[in-house]
Ligand binder design. Structure first.
Ligand SMILES: [Zn+2]
Length: 560
């Protein structure tokens, strides 16, 4: 496809933001004609041409009218009936670029791929052999249901890596980790150590520690063992390189806007200054930066169209869907003693946090997976809105996985904006049996949100889930996974609805729907050229549609 188009027509120079003094809208920088444009703009859902000037769309409509925007100096691009959609928006992403670049990766971050426990041991052992005793050996992107051995990773496996180093393998879901004996010993954990609030030290049938530790029980490992230290300059360089690296990965999959869960704001600005930031960032933060925002009157929306303060980062209220620690009203099937997941925050603390954020004019954002946790979050948001009423807060619920009719009603009444998992319906069907069909009918409930008139957005939660928007769209449309299993088919949505979720609803999620999320005059010229039309291709192949080009602000930031 790329050869058909020709680099000179749609290459970096053609789509580069021009600083021309000519502001006459009839003199477009670029006109795209003969395209199949799905605008995601209800006033004109389909178009065949558009014009761009200064990084924004100036005209969208027919090829005949687009001609009025073409003058000498306008680059004209014949799309040869390719499909064009607005740039995709991911509203929940941990954007851990430096982990991808610098750490030991034991699973596939982007696709479904099965690995062996032996391969994990080998990779970590190679690292241990180059690392002084006593220092941590970390593995990332482990997925416990993508293991060829068809069993759980355990302490004995990790003892084969080393007995002199503390060793940990982090589940990609981010809520559970697997430790070797040295790590458990350094942390003073033995088989008689009781579980603690918000976490567990898991045991095998004989009551011995099996190495798996969940949620907040992992905090005891924070201050034991030695870790490689870096100078401030080294840390800055790693963060910068990591962000530049992940920005390239995002645009490769068609993402032009991503909500970042924290990260290094300084590095982000450095990457932008170097021209290496290829996507737009809604910066979601917590801790020191959030405190500073509250103290100094920086509210959500501060920044510009490249880097802007969005909601807070996810304030975590319960455990994980993929690692089966989310807080359920009914216990997990087959657990004895009955296990209902982890609540990681008290209602009282949650209320106080939500109110302080709301008072500061900052969009609150909580991580809530289970119905119990979503109920707690809504209680805190409702309370905050009463204590400090503000218009159009759009309190955000990250994941918002397991809902019921009462929760739906409260979400709608509050104008809350959920960002459920996107790729899970394809990537994680191997975990759905832990919840069962009854619960899956109410999980990642895109259909229910649409029917209730709730503006539901996409939240890949990378690293827990792959971030590919087309994989997400396929899952939303089919509810069928890589293994052929279909779960919660009642929650299917149409291709058009899935496009809305991944574009305009994402813009709404950060109060930016006036400037992006659809292809319309005046909006930022962010769009994706697809080799096939997701409306007509076999629905089981949507994820395989080739991203031909990704364009941000009228500049080609990726081309096949
Ligand atoms: Zn997250």
């Amino acid at each position: 496809m790329a050869g058909l188009v020709g680099t000179s027509l749609l290459g970096k120079t053609a789509f580069a933001e021009t600083q021309s003094a000519d502001i006459d809208p009839r003199h477009a920088d670029m006109a795209v004609i003969n395209a199949k444009v799905y605008t995601v703009d209800s006033r004109m859902p389909k178009a065949e041409a558009f014009a761009i000037k200064g990084g924004r769309f100036t005209y969208v409509g027919s090829a005949a009218e687009a001609k009025m925007f073409i003058s000498r100096g306008t680059q004209t691009f014949d799309a040869k009936q390719m499909t064009i959609v607005p740039g995709f928006i991911d509203c929940h992403n941990h954007a851990g670029g430096n982990i991808l670049l610098y750490e030991v990766i034991v699973g596939n971050p982007y696709e479904v791929e099965f690995v062996t426990i032996a391969s994990i041991i080998d990779k970590l052992r190679a690292k241990a052999q180059k690392t002084p005793a006593g220092f941590w050996i970390d593995g990332y992107f482990f997925d416990d249901t993508k293991v060829k051995d068809n069993r759980q990773l355990n302490v004995h496996d990790l003892d084969q890596v080393s007995k002199e180093h503390p060793v940990v393998v982090h589940h990609r879901g981010g809520h559970t980790s697997y430790y070797n004996s040295k790590a458990l010993e350094l942390a003073g954990i033995d088989k008689d150590t009781p579980n603690r609030m918000g976490g567990t030290y898991d045991r095998d049938k004989n009551g011995e520690l099996n190495g798996r530790v969940t949620d907040r029980a992992r905090e005891v490992f924070n201050n034991v063992g030695k870790r490689e230290t870096f100078t401030a300059e080294q840390n800055e360089q790693r963060d910068r390189d990591g962000l530049a690296y992940i920005s390239k990965q995002f645009v490769r999959y068609g993402l032009t806007s991503v909500h970042h869960e924290g990260g290094d704001l300084f590095a982000l600005q450095q990457v932008r200054a170097r021209g290496e930031l290829l996507h737009r960032v809604s910066f979601e933060t917590s801790g020191d930066i959030l405190e500073a925002m509250i103290k100094n009157g920086i509210s959500s929306g501060f920044g510009d169209e490249w880097i802007r303060f969005g909601a807070t980062s996810e304030h975590t209220v319960d455990g994980s869907f993929s690692e089966r620690t989310m807080a359920l009203s009914e216990p997990y099937a087959g657990t004895n003693p009955p296990y209902s997941g982890n609540i990681t925050e008290t209602q009282e603390d949650l209320n106080a946090w939500a109110e302080s954020v709301q008072r500061a004019g900052i969009q609150p954002n909580c991580h809530a997976n289970g119905d119990v946790a979503i109920d707690m979050v809504l209680t805190a948001y409702e309370r905050a809105q009463q204590a400090a009423p503000r218009p159009d807060v759009r309190p955000k619920i990250t994941h918002c996985t397991l809902i019921n009719d009462d929760l739906l009603r409260r979400i709608k009444a509050l104008g809350a904006v959920p960002a459920p998992f996107t790729t899970y319906a394809y990537y994680n069907t191997d975990k759905f049996h832990f919840y069962g069909e009854e619960r899956m009918k109410r999980s990642m409930a895109y259909r229910s949100f649409f029917d209730a008139g709730i503006r539901v957005a996409a939240g890949s939660d990378f690293s827990p889930g792959p971030f590919a928007p087309l994989m997400g769209i396929q899952g939303m449309v089919t509810r069928t996974g890589w293994n052929g299993e279909t779960w919660g088919a009642n929650q299917r949505i149409s291709v058009d609805e899935a496009l809305q979720v991944n574009t305009i609803n994402g813009a709404y999620n950060s109060h930016e729907e006036a400037i992006k999320g659809s292809i319309a005059p005046g909006k930022l010229a962010d769009f994706v050229l697809l080799a096939d039309d997701p409306h007509t291709v076999n629905q089981e192949k949507i994820k395989d549609i080739e991203i031909v080009r990704t364009v941000t602000a009228g500049s080609t930031v990726y081309e096949k």
